[in-house]
Design a protein around this ligand. Structure first.
Ligand SMILES: CC1(C)CN=C(N2CCN(c3ncnc4sc(CCF)cc34)CC2)S1
Length: 489
């Protein structure tokens, strides 16, 4: 492990963002692997010093000159770093010969973290993700516990333990081939934690929460990308601490340029969001970053992730590119249609609910106000993408133990569909195409994950709701990875 070396120590006392970037670069480029505990502590101290209530007022009203940070002394970091190491080394007996981690070891490290946490606190609060939060306040959020377990195992010399990330959960992989999995943290509210157990063997395997067994499996460098992604610049619900956001943006560019975001769509999306707010001169534009996140999810995760499309759709929406937004959201819906909705999937449910019942109706209101020259209401492709979007949500519900749709969805849906004239709707050709139906047949294993799952209620999927056309999509920028089920002529 890289550890806290002299070439890192000479950077202290840290006074600027550039000093922090240099420390991360040293660690990322070191022949031995980056030290997760060191980097999480440094990022956590800086984030908390700039976002804590004590100087929140200062941060909002007085623009601090560029690149200046509150001075970070080496002693502050050494004390926290040594404290973390001693917690780990004292709790886990060292006489065992190193080798690969065992389930007992991983569970033991998770217990050490878990049992140190404050009895009860607001788990969704900001700034609870870093080892600084753990060491100074005994508080961690769900992601923070998983990250701390991996950092703890690194401290103990188990370099086979790595972070596994879905779009709303985190766990660890370990063992000789990295094929062992273990829950190490909780998920959601009021759910019994499953710490120590293997990942998703039961019905939960078909829920979005476990991304159909296509999680982001982190290398050490990608674990640094995860801690940087988890930096939270929020000062309060309306303001970000400028220096924290700038630090996060510069660290994400460092990781991007070193190639460590290639297989991490959400981190690319995070960088895209920051670049949309404040573009960095001479870098890849945010629109391309959002497309790179989509391409990464398609290339490395069999297009089983939703967030790359909602990052991209959100960008198009904010920039009034409504036709493109509909296509991204329809592509997001094509991902979710093959999952079963389960009680663990609230986060993505809220995402689709907001798109269907807030964002799309808002677009309809603007577009039907009669002032838009090039209105989407005259475009069959937009109608087709909207149908694909809604159809995906309907199919998501099919075969799920928990219903998705309710009357609250119907009103905005009817309002939206009714905005398109008959002559526009007539140009969308919907036919059943056997090969498409086979391909999209839900969760009978042939498509979903090839081990012939019986669906939840025991019946094999017969999805007769799939509509598809074999009409080629005319737009040359066909962004859908495969024949969309509904397309405009
Ligand atoms: C399009 C969006 C609504 C905007 N932000 C989004 N996210 C913000 C950043 N997110 C993330 N960013 C980097 N890495 C991770 S790992 C993880 C699961 C818990 F560990 C979440 C997450 C979650 C998703 S999705």
């Amino acid at each position: 492990m890289a550890g806290f070396r002299d070439l890192d120590k000479v950077l202290f006392p840290i006074k600027s963002i550039n000093n922090v970037v240099q420390l991360f670069r040293n660690q990322l480029e070191s022949p031995s692997e980056p030290d997760l505990a060191l980097l999480s502590i440094v990022a956590g101290v800086i984030e908390n010093s700039l976002t804590s209530r004590s100087n929140a007022a200062l941060q909002v009203c007085e623009p601090v000159e560029q690149n200046n940070l509150p001075i970070l002394e080496i002693k502050t970091v050494e004390i926290l770093y040594d404290k973390f190491r001693s917690i780990m080394l004292n709790a886990v007996d060292q006489n065992k010969a190193k080798g690969f981690a065992t389930r007992d070891l991983v569970k033991k490290v998770s217990d050490v973290i878990w049992n140190s946490l404050t009895r009860s606190y607001y788990k969704d609060r900001a700034h609870l993700q870093s080892l600084y939060s753990f060491l100074s306040g005994n508080k961690l959020d769900c992601f923070g516990v998983a990250f701390a377990v991996v950092a703890g195992c690194q401290c103990l010399g188990y370099n086979d333990v790595h972070l596994a990330l879905s779009e709303d959960h985190a766990w660890v992989i370990f063992g000789e081939n990295g094929t062992e999995t273990a829950e190490v943290t909780w998920h959601g509210k009021g759910n019994e934690d499953k710490r120590g157990q293997e990942i998703g063997k039961g019905v939960s395997a078909r829920s979005w929460l476990y991304v159909n067994n296509k999680p982001v499996i982190c290398t050490r460098h990608m674990e640094v990308a995860a801690l940087v992604s988890a930096i939270n610049p929020s000062l309060n619900s309306t303001h970000d601490a400028y220096e924290v956001a700038l630090l996060q943006q510069e660290l994400l560019w460092l990781l991007y340029e070193l190639g460590h975001l290639k297989k991490y769509p959400m981190a690319i999306g995070n960088l895209g969001d920051l670049e949309e707010i404040a573009a960095t001169e001479g870098k890849v534009p945010c629109k391309d970053l959002f497309q790179e996140a989509v391409t990464s999810a398609r290339s490395y995760y069999s297009n089983q992730h939703v967030y790359p499309y909602t990052y991209q759709g959100g960008y198009f929406y904010r920039n009034k590119m409504y036709e493109e937004a509909f296509e991204s959201w329809a592509n997001a819906s094509d991902v979710i249609r093959l999952y079963n909705y389960s009680r663990d999937d609230e986060e993505i449910y809220k995402e689709f609910l907001e798109i269907a019942n807030e964002l799309i109706p808002h677009i309809m209101k603007i577009e039907s106000s009669g002032f838009s020259a090039n209105t989407i209401l005259k475009k069959p492709k937009c109608f087709a993408d909207l149908l694909r979007f809604y159809d995906g949500i309907c199919q998501w519900e099919e075969g799920s133990a928990t219903p998705v749709l309710h009357i609250g969805w119907a009103k905005p849906l009817v309002l939206t569909i009714s905005k398109f004239d008959a002559d526009v709707r007539a140009q969308v050709n919907i036919v059943c195409d056997k090969s498409e139906e086979d391909k999209l047949l839900k969760k009978n294993g042939t498509y979903f994950n090839n081990n012939n799952y019986e669906k939840e209620n025991g019946s094999t999927a017969v999805s007769d709701s799939v509509v598809s056309t074999n009409v080629k999509n005319h737009s040359d920028k066909d962004n859908s990875p495969f024949h969309p089920s509904i397309e405009a002529l």
